[in-house]
Design a protein around this ligand. Structure first.
Ligand code: ADP
Ligand code: MG
Length: 251
């Protein structure tokens, strides 16, 4: 898939998400050490690294699932490091889990349930649900139980759901994993759609090729910290990133 457009003006503003010197351990075992990461509005950034390198842990720290050991997190220049999950969501932080996390109800009700938490007024809630069903090609599946959806369909539902709280930042954890190539293209298209709304997006994936087709920049995690960052072509040239992750991967 070729990326058809790029928003190139994002760096004029301050980062919409900033992670500064973030360290996190589990039961005394260091997982992340001094992670620094910036995300600008309208930018898609890839987060890559070997299995178990701490990508999901970093997301968990940013959304407030995990307390960090040290470091600071800023959303729209406001410090959110100790803020509870629901307040971070309210401020515009959205997250798609790497797991199939949908409610055991119809596609329609899955979207409505989230709207009822974050949007006031039943007419407005219904309007948003209809808009998302249309935009994410879910209208024909509205009455289907979300547990019966295919892998690609459930990802579309999860991506649609991330938009309900009017996010400024969307964290996608392996949204293209375990999908057929043609479905991957479909999901890439929907991730680009998030960018076109002006959201800053961070995406993880194991297929570097799939990821690099849609990202503006990437960060590579290895040995518990960021070992390379920049435009895909530059990241691929990094000796450290090659040694720890890419191997002899050639673009
Ligand atoms: P990735 O998403 O890059 O595959 P993870 O962030 O899931 O990696 O995991 C990083 C490391 O942290 C792994 O060694 C994992 O076992 C460990 N880990 C993740 N979550 C927890 C937790 N809740 N408690 C203890 N260890 C965890
Ligand atoms: Mg993970």
């Amino acid at each position: 898939m070729k990326k058809s457009f790029r928003i190139i003006k994002f760096k004029k503003n301050k980062p919409v998400l900033q992670v500064k010197n973030l360290s996190k351990s589990f039961e005394g075992r260091p997982i992340l050490k001094k992670i620094n990461l910036d995300l600008y509005a309208g930018e898609i950034v890839g987060l890559i690294g070997p299995n178990g390198s701490g990508k999901s842990t970093l997301y968990g720290a940013v959304i407030g699932q995990y307390k960090v050991d040290t470091g600071n997190i800023f959303l729209s220049q406001k410090e959110i490091t100790s803020m509870p999950i629901h307040l971070r969501a309210k401020m515009g932080l959205s997250y798609l889990s790497q797991y199939r996390s949908v409610f055991n109800m119809t596609v329609y009700d899955n979207l409505l349930a989230i709207c009822q938490i974050s949007v006031k007024g039943s007419e407005k809630q219904k309007m948003i649900v209809e808009k998302l069903l249309n935009e994410f090609n879910l209208q024909h599946l509205r009455n289907i139980d979300a547990n019966s959806l295919s892998g690609g369909e459930v990802r579309r539902l999860q991506i649609a759901r991330t938009l309900i709280n009017n996010p400024k930042v969307i964290l996608l954890d392996e949204p293209m994993a375990a999908l057929d190539p043609i479905v991957v293209q479909d999901i890439q298209k929907f991730i680009l759609k998030l960018q076109s709304y002006g959201c800053g997006v961070i995406v993880t994936d194991h297929q570097v090729q799939n990821l690099f087709e849609i990202v503006d920049r990437a960060y590579v995690i290895g040995e518990q910290t960021i070992v390379a960052s920049g435009k895909p072509k530059d990241v691929l040239k990094s000796n450290k990133a090659r040694e720890l992750y890419f191997g002899s991967f050639e673009n």
